[in-house]
Design a protein around this ligand. Structure first.
Ligand code: ATP
Length: 364
């Protein structure tokens, strides 16, 4: 099911009557989630991710704008009538019911033509439980399950009606690191197996990048960029997006363009004939450095961390806006540890230039 947001806006009235300032939680979002895709809504706390998800679910009404499922305008439909499955961070299972009863629950409320027989309900519950691999645990209570298992039950409960759209709000937040990794792979598998269009909210860029077909990067209620994770990583539209995606993070420097050359400090690191003279901010991905005796960019070596296949060359540069500069190179490369300075050539496609004021990307 294709999901389309058209000029979607959510404004919350001020909680503080005196200041009277309202919060624009979601500001004029227009984008389309293609049928059968897994999409991550990504951004720092307060950027409007959950509000967007709740508007898609019908739990919150937009202040303006429309939501379409396929060709159907669902903006005015209640959550029950939208055909969505919702999974929350805290699982929200019924503690006094068994796993089976929890999964059956959404089916028991169906009315009219949708009403199911007991056998039909059981069959659907079994199918959903198998899909998330908890069919062995059907008679347990939630308190007798691990966090990962509880989250699977919550996903099974959301899937049992075979929703048109599956919505997950920070589904992995309550799990420890190992389970997070495992469960995110599970979500990917289940989504692929069912082909249900899925939207999930996260503030963890690695999580979003690893399993999403598409990510939507947001900041303070404003859509920053939407696309395939790798495309956004390779081609960020502004400094915020460049900084938000990537581990280790992008190295950021204050720089300037002068006479068609890009300078970081006194080092002319790239030819940029198309850019006029101005102050800029320069981002260099950690993998964008090539150790090179004749390289134009000089850094003061701090230390070298070898991590199997790769090594991090950690150094300092006065123009850096971060405390350290981190270059990641293949650990086969020989670096002279005794030297005070290391010199690098830069890979042009790993260097991004941003306007120093607006922080928007300047292409070269
Ligand atoms: P988090 O990752 O912390 O959950 P988020 O990106 O999901 O954040 P939202 O919960 O969508 O962000 O909130 C977006 C903005 O709207 C925030 O500034 C928040 O304080 C505000 N907000 C959310 N719900 C309400 C509400 N019911 N009343 C007033 N303001 C709200």
């Amino acid at each position: 099911m294709k999901v389309e947001l058209r000029n979607l806006t959510k404004i919350f009235p001020s909680r503080n009557k005196k200041s009277g300032e309202e919060v624009v939680a979601v500001n004029d979002f227009t984008f389309t989630i293609p049928d059968g895709k897994l999409v991550g809504l990504l951004g720092p706390s307060g950027c409007g991710k959950s509000t967007t998800l709740y508007m898609i679910s019908g739990l919150q009404k937009p202040s303006s704008g429309q939501i379409f499922f396929g060709e159907e305008d669902v903006t005015e439909l209640s959550p029950e009538n939208r055909g969505v499955g919702l999974v929350f961070q805290n699982y929200a299972l019924y503690p006094h019911l068994t796993v089976k009863q929890n999964i059956l629950f959404p089916l028991q409320n169906l009315k009219g033509a949708d009403k199911l027989t007991k056998d039909e309900m059981l069959e659907k519950a079994e199918y959903a439980a198998k899909l998330v691999q908890i069919d062995e645990l059907m008679d347990r209570k939630p308190s007798e399950l691990s966090g990962g298992q509880q989250q699977r039950v919550a996903i099974a409960r959301a899937l049992v009606k075979m929703p048109r759209v599956l919505l997950l709000d920070e589904p992995l937040s309550n799990l420890d690191a190992r389970l997070r990794l495992q469960t995110r792979e599970e979500i990917r598998r289940i989504q692929k197996e069912t082909g249900i269009t899925t939207v999930f909210v996260t503030h963890d860029q690695e999580e979003a990048m690893s399993i999403s077909d598409m990510i939507v990067v947001m900041k303070l209620g404003v859509l920053q960029q939407i696309g395939k994770p790798q495309d956004i990583y390779d081609d960020p539209t502004n400094l915020f997006v460049a900084k938000f995606l990537g581990t280790p993070p992008i190295n950021v420097f204050s720089g300037r363009v002068e006479g068609g050359k890009l300078y970081i400090g006194e080092d002319a690191v790239l030819d940029v004939p198309a850019i006029e003279d101005k102050n800029v901010t320069v981002g260099v991905r950690p993998e964008g450095f090539i150790p090179d005796e004749n390289g134009a960019f000089t850094c003061l070596l701090s230390n070298i961390e070898v991590m199997g296949r790769d090594m991090s060359i950690v150094c300092k540069n006065e123009a850096s806006l971060n405390p350290i500069v981190r270059a990641i190179v293949n650990s086969d490369i020989k670096v002279d540890y005794s030297k005070v300075n290391v010199k690098f050539a830069l890979k042009p496609h790993k260097v991004f230039i941003f306007d120093a004021e607006t922080e928007e990307r300047i292409y070269f």
